[in-house]
Design a protein around this ligand. Sequence first.
Ligand code: ATP
Ligand code: MG
Length: 415
Amino acid sequence: MKSSQLFTRTRKQAPADETAKNAQLLIRAGFVHKEMAGVYTFLPLGKRVLENVIQIIREEMNAIGGNEISLTALQQKDVWEASGRWSDDVMDVWFRTTLANGTELGLAPTHEEPLTALMKNFIDSYKDLPSYPYQFQIKFRNELRSKSGLMRGREFTMKDLYSFSKDRAEHEAFYEKCAAAYKVIFDRLGIGDITYRTFASGGSFSKFSDEFQTVSPVGEDTIFIHEGKGIALNQEVYTDEVMKDLGIDKNDLVEKTAVEVGNIFTLGTKFSDALDLNYAAEDGTKQPVFMGSYGIGPSRLVGLLAEHFADDRGLVWPENIAPFKVYLAPLGDSVEVTTEAEKLYEQLTKKGIEVLYDDRNVRPGEKFADADLMGIPYRIVISEKTLASSVYEYKGRTDTDAQMLSHTELIAKFV
Ligand code: ATP
Ligand code: MG
């Protein structure tokens, strides 16, 4: 892409009311726009980052048998009444609305009820199970506080997968498979070393749920980490009884603040009982479907990654998350420099390398500052000086010094 085609621009200051570092950086770099507290628009660069995060999650969900769908954000009241959750006492985060004819609707805070109702159309017998539909969808939640930037939105993207299994044993096998897939996802996102599978409170169908918590100074949760075992306990289950249960010595635990990036939960037959989702077993008996839910917050992850991969000059994206791999900056507007830059842009693009080509007529300092603020992993500079020596200036985002490379050496960096 050429910078001249990008309608956004970087800015010196984030809005005064924005206190979260992740949102400040992402706004300044032109990745997102703040509509209001907890509500952010993804601009072209931010959208590319979000899609990169989503694509990693998608690949791993498909690998364990996920079927991608897209449920509606407008939800019917009756399915929520059936589960007993159409109530502010149970769901305190609702946004709801009413049609002209008086019909009340909910704006999706989550999708257990409508999906369970939907699956009644497709699950009749044991032959229809198991099934793993999932989606990347907008969720709406009337969060009380929204001071963590993209990490706590009132409108946000969620990956939610739901498992429909014949029984607990089949459920548990998938549950572990999904936990393993989550580990791969967080490794691929570059936060595997600071993300812990964390015991949290369960519900009536299992003692615990599993959260995936990423250590961060701005995290809203408190966890207790056991480095030796590579696991953690959420504060809510940090009791002597639980530690005894898990064979954990209190003295081995380290307290940290963390961000919940994912969460897996055994739902059991809570929703299938409420909405009458049953199947005919092999022996002909009618059985309730055994369910689980598996969430990840892609937009929260974008916030977390921005917060984590940053320095005093701006964002520092890992290569597989960055909106572009290369920032190509021709300096000056001589015909020779422009021609060479166009040529290199074509060559790299043809190789499938994503290049942001800064074809604007602005000062070199401005181009360099933007490349750094946007966190593009590699910067290539072409100037009269480099042309005179038949080299290209090449620099990694965190390198202190640039290297002067021949055309062959430069191309070799990207194969
Ligand atoms: P939290 O305790 O942080 O409010 P939650 O328990 O409400 O999270 P779930 O309902 O399990 O979260 O949602 C699944 C995933 O969606 C979470 O693990 C998180 O990554 C993401 N998520 C939840 N709430 C938000 C939010 N307000 N903004 C952005 N992402 C969110
Ligand atoms: Mg919540």
